[in-house]
Design a protein around this ligand. Structure first.
Ligand code: F6R
Ligand code: ZN
Length: 186
């Protein structure tokens, strides 16, 4: 039998990471300041307070050379027509890149560096590369099901959730007919 420390598996049926040892859930109440319609988000959080995403992580020692991995399941939904998204962050360590491998659903990966915004269309089998120094946030652009992806990054990277307030994502993603439109950010 292979010791659990040496492998994980994507459980496609249940959309989770088998052998994960850490888990995080973000609800609308955790996403203050993410959506244009902040007051509507607040009201939604006081009422149903939907789960926006879940993260299943596999831990490793937080030292140079080690790698972390996590499956994110970003549920479908909008706040006043703006699609559900992750909080988004910059890595604390300026030299740490990251890879996202899309396992299911449809979405966009927004990348931010200074005033420059880029995006990658996420769909099954797309492997996105986030170069060191770029802030990153994912958006589920489909109401039909979750956007699911696995991320791999250096264990020493760390996540800074404050910096996006000063260096915000320059684009926002809204519902439009059966598709999406990319609008300007803050
Ligand atoms: C790790 C990483 C992803 C995100 C996850 C949730 O560096 O980029 O695993 O942590 O998609 O998004 P945030 O962390 O922005 O809440
Ligand atoms: Zn990251």
């Amino acid at each position: 039998k292979i010791p659990a420390g040496f492998f994980t598996a994507f459980d496609r049926q249940n959309s989770l990471l088998y052998n994960a040892d850490d888990y995080e859930e973000r609800k609308l109440s955790d996403l203050q300041g993410c959506f244009v319609a902040e007051e509507i988000r607040h009201q939604m959080a006081l009422q149903e307070n939907k789960t926006v995403y879940r993260v299943y992580k596999k831990t490793a020692p937080l030292v140079a050379g080690e790698l972390l991995q996590a499956v994110t399941v970003l549920f479908p939904g909008t706040v006043n027509g703006e699609f559900f998204m992750t909080r988004g962050h910059y890595h604390i360590h300026p030299k740490c890149a990251e890879i996202f491998f899309c396992l299911g659903g449809r979405g966009l990966l927004l990348l931010q560096k200074g005033n420059e915004t880029k995006w990658v269309e996420m769909k099954p089998d797309v492997i996105a590369y986030i170069p060191a120094g770029w802030g990153h946030r994912t958006v589920n652009t489909s109401l039909a099901g979750p956007l699911v992806f696995i991320a791999f990054w250096p264990a020493v990277a760390g996540q800074n959730y404050q910096r996006r307030l000063k260096e915000p994502f320059g684009k926002r993603v809204f519902q439009a007919d059966r598709s999406y439109v990319i609008g300007d950010g803050d």
